[in-house]
Structures are given as C-alpha cells and as structure tokens.
Ligand binder design. Structure first.
Ligand SMILES: Nc1ncnc2c1ncn2[C@@H]1O[C@H](COP(=O)(O)OP(=O)(O)OP(=O)(O)O)[C@@H](O)[C@H]1O
Ligand SMILES: [Mg+2]
Length: 262
C-alpha cells in the first residue's frame, strides 16, 4: 500500500527562555492510505507536538511530513481534528456545530446538503434526535461523538485525534471505539490517534507506534494483525493480550522505569 502519511526523520525543538527544548529527535512513521495509526508514548514525550506537525500548524526544524505526496507546510483543509475536550459553540445546535467545517471548507455547498451530511453522521454515531439540542444538553460522551462527526463532516483525507476519549469513563470509551470502527467501515479515512490507553491502541490501530521518552524517536512499531471487524471481546483473546504485554514492556523501556500506563 502507498504511504499516505510519511513522517521522515522529523526533529523539532521548542525555543524557550532557557534555550532550545528538543522534543522530537528523529521520528519516522509511515501510515498507508485508509489505515489507522495509534501513537503511544510517555507523558510529555512530544505526542501533541506530532499532531501539530501533521496538521501543518507547525513546521519541523528538520525532516519532513509528507501528506498524499506533498510536504505539509501550512494548515490543511483536508485534515480533521478531534481533541480530549471538544470545544463546541454553545449557542449553536449540535447539527449547526457539526456543519461548521463545511461553512469554512465548502462555503458554496447547499445548506440542505450540508445538513444532510451532518444529520447522517449524527445518526451513525447514535445521536439521531439530538440534532437541535444545545451542546450543554449533552453528556461528555455525546459531545465527543458530535465532535467526531464535526471532524469528519468535510470528508477529510486524514483524521488526527489527540486523546479524544481520555476524559470518558471506560464503558463510554469502549462504545466510542466501536463507533470509530463503524465510521471507518462506512467511509474509510486515514487516521492518527494519540492515546495513553494501550487497549484503545490495539482495538483501533492497524499499527501502534511507540515513542521513546523526550526527545522522542520512533522506538517500536507493532503491526496489529487482528480482523478489521474486531469487537471488544478480542482484547481478551491471547493474541491481543500478548500485544498488550509487548506494548507495556515497550512503554516501560520508553519511560526508563516501571511506569503506570494502563
Ligand atoms: N509551545 C511550547 N513551547 C515550549 N515548550 C512546549 C510547547 N508545547 C509543548 N512544549 C513542551 O514540549 C514537550 C512535549 O510536549 P507535548 O505536549 O508534545 O507532549 P505530549 O507527549 O503530548 O504530553 P502528554 O502525554 O502529557 O499530553 C513538553 O516538555 C512540553 O512542556
Ligand atoms: Mg499531549
């Protein structure tokens, strides 16, 4: 398969008043088109920095981020993003919040078509009937579902998520993993997910990239050889359990000590 996202030898340091803070130190990640890449690594190693580079919000000091054959040098309209705490416009309805990217990326799209797309996605994630509610009327899990719809409504080439499910309880999180799986099955997209949750990385990922401690480099890449239509039960099967142990060991190595990631 072709490399859709190609992160090649990326190095980056922040300029701070105490001098440069090296954060990424030779990152190499290849994500084939339509696949899901989960990224794990110790806290503070540079994962959110990586999302800023892939989305074009920042340029690396050296190396390159190539998206669909083109080097990323500025923010892309073809990238969708979802974060831990979804920011919603509280005065707009859920439907209007989901439609927002279309107003920016495709301002000439007919309103009925935009509404149709947003409503279809909301239906897919189980939010049919909530289109006209305000964000404050939704639970955390429902807001996150709506934010996934918003990230996908303009059919981005790439979806980048930075710990989108981190603030949710375990059962809601598992529900959302399955929603994610179904969204991908309905309309494939390429995805980079930053997570602290190893089970999440194995359930959702086609590959799991382990970053070393800061300054981060690619420490290990796990090929998640499990069926695409996996269910939560698969996480209890020997093959997945073995992967989780392996990732756990890798995280320990990355932390350089006994860590507390789950
Ligand atoms: N704008 C910035 N200016 C200076 N330093 C920064 C900036 N953003 C992040 N850093 C530093 O860079 C390092 C990596 O930050 P980053 O947010 O990428 O880590 P992370 O892996 O996402 O962490 P976490 O797992 O806690 O979310 C941290 O030491 C952080 O303090
Ligand atoms: Mg982060």
């Amino acid at each position: 398969m072709t490399k859709f996202i190609d992160i090649k030898g990326v190095k980056h340091a922040y300029r701070t008043k105490n001098g440069p803070l090296p954060v990424l130190d030779g990152l190499d990640i290849e994500v084939p088109e339509g696949t899901f890449c989960a990224v794990v690594g110790p806290s503070g190693c540079g994962k959110s920095t990586l999302t800023r580079l892939v989305s074009g919000l920042m340029k690396p000091d050296s190396g390159a981020v190539v998206l669909a054959g083109e080097e990323v040098a500025s923010p892309r309209k073809t990238v969708g993003m979802a974060f831990q705490n979804p920011v919603m416009l509280e005065w707009r309805t859920i439907l209007q919040n989901v439609m927002l990217p279309l107003e920016i990326v495709a301002p000439s799209m007919a309103k009925a078509e935009a509404e149709g797309r947003a409503a279809h996605l909301l239906d897919m994630v189980g939010l049919k009937g909530f289109e006209n509610k305000k964000p404050s009327e939704l639970s955390g899990g429902m807001r996150q579902r709506a934010s996934l719809c918003r990230a996908l409504v303009h059919k981005p080439q790439v979806l980048i998520m930075d710990e989108p499910f981190g603030a949710l309880d375990n059962f809601t999180r598992e529900d959302l993993w399955q929603t994610m799986r179904d969204l991908r099955a309905a309309e494939p997209f390429t995805c980079v997910l930053i997570t602290h949750d190893l089970r999440e990385s194995v359930f959702l990922g086609d590959q799991v990239v382990v970053l070393s401690g800061r300054p981060a480099r690619t420490q290990y890449v796990l090929d998640v050889d499990l069926p695409a239509d996996r269910t939560i039960d698969i996480l209890y099967e020997p093959k997945a359990v073995e992967m989780l142990h392996l990732l756990r060991d890798q995280i320990r190595m990355a932390q350089g000590r006994d860590g507390d990631m789950h």
